[in-house]
Write a protein that binds this ligand. Structure first.
Ligand SMILES: NC(=O)C1=CN([C@@H]2O[C@H](COP(=O)(O)OP(=O)(O)OC[C@H]3O[C@@H](n4cnc5c(N)ncnc54)[C@H](O)[C@@H]3O)[C@@H](O)[C@H]2O)C=CC1
Ligand SMILES: O=C(O)[C@@H]1CCC=N1
Length: 266
């Protein structure tokens, strides 16, 4: 029997999850119940056959798995609103809300629920997310279902909840960090002769190819670098200059600064 999935909050992430689940074939559109206060922007999902609602309780009542994809400041009110429709032995709650811990969710729902925290990134829109997952009270079947769900939307890994802030920085903020690296390549590419469009294509596909090498061959980055660097050649000259200017150090410091910001704010 196919499971019904409610997505509470059809914004950037919520609608991308719905789209990815339908496009991958993991869920039929008719098994998805997605909510938003103003449902007009969800018309594409409606055309595909998903249930578009502005009633969270109705979505929950129809679902087995409930994905919470709203902003952190909204979660308390929304859980109070849907709480009467939640049934402990029926519903599994999946929160992608940044900085909301399982203990916070238990305070809002009570002890009896299977609760999953997931940290995806915006590449979920094209089924290329990296999603870190941890769970509480979930049966093997429920945890397996959630892992399968996120594996349809990219790759997933199970982590300890204490690493969720670190996952947010490396996996979710990481998309922005990678974009800035690509942007710098475009700027450099224009300075050495390409127009911006061609420079953007070369920069993005080169970064994609480099990432695919590591994911496919399971090699260490330095092993791949050795294959590119001709002795006395231009690659090592450029790389060493980047390191003299602090490339690795600035990335490490950016990551640890983001991490300190999350830990201090939450
Ligand atoms: N953007 C990112 O890179 C990542 C975001 N997150 C987390 O995911 C969550 C959602 O993020 P986004 O999709 O980017 O935000 P968003 O603002 O695009 O989506 C939230 C949606 O919830 C809807 N909403 C507001 N009140 C509602 C209500 N009472 N009932 C139903 N829907 C309601 C809003 O209309 C909006 O469409 C946030 O908690 C964020 O921290 C997690 C990982 C990465
Ligand atoms: O910048 C932020 O706070 C959020 C967390 C993950 C991505 N965006």
């Amino acid at each position: 029997m196919s499971k019904n999935i409610a997505i509470i909050g059809g914004g950037n992430l919520g609608s991308a999850i719905a789209e990815g689940l339908i496009n991958s074939g993991f869920a039929k559109a008719e098994n998805i119940f997605i909510t938003k206060r103003n449902i007009e922007t969800l018309s594409q999902l409606k055309e595909k056959g998903a249930h578009i609602l502005n009633n969270n309780k109705e979505a929950v009542a129809n679902a087995d798995y409930v994905i919470l994809a709203i902003k952190p400041f909204q979660i308390k009110d929304i859980i109070s609103e849907i709480r009467p429709s939640l049934k402990a032995r029926k519903h599994v709650l999946i929160s992608v809300v940044t900085g909301i811990w399982i203990k916070d969710l238990i305070e809002m729902t009570g002890e009896d629920f299977a609760i999953v925290r997931a940290m995806p990134n915006t590449a979920i829109a094209i089924q290329e997310s990296m999603t870190c997952i941890c769970s509480h009270n979930a049966s093997e079947e429920q945890a397996g279902f959630v892992s399968n769900l996120f594996n349809q939307l990219g790759k997933s890994v199970i982590i300890d909840e204490k690493l969720m802030d670190a996952a947010t920085v490396l996996g979710a903020c990481g998309t922005a960090f990678a974009m800035r690296y690509i942007r710098a390549n475009i700027q450099g590419g224009v300075e050495i002769g390409f127009n911006a469009k061609v420079a953007a294509l070369i920069a993005a596909q080169t970064v994609k190819g480099a990432a695919e090498l590591l994911l496919t061959k399971h090699t260490h980055p330095e092993e791949e670098i050795d294959k590119v660097t001709t002795p006395k050649g231009c690659t090592i000259a450029g790389l060493n200059e980047m390191e003299h200017q602090g490339l690795s150090s600035s990335i490490i410091r950016g990551i640890t600064t983001s991490y300190k910001k999350i830990v201090q704010d939450m």
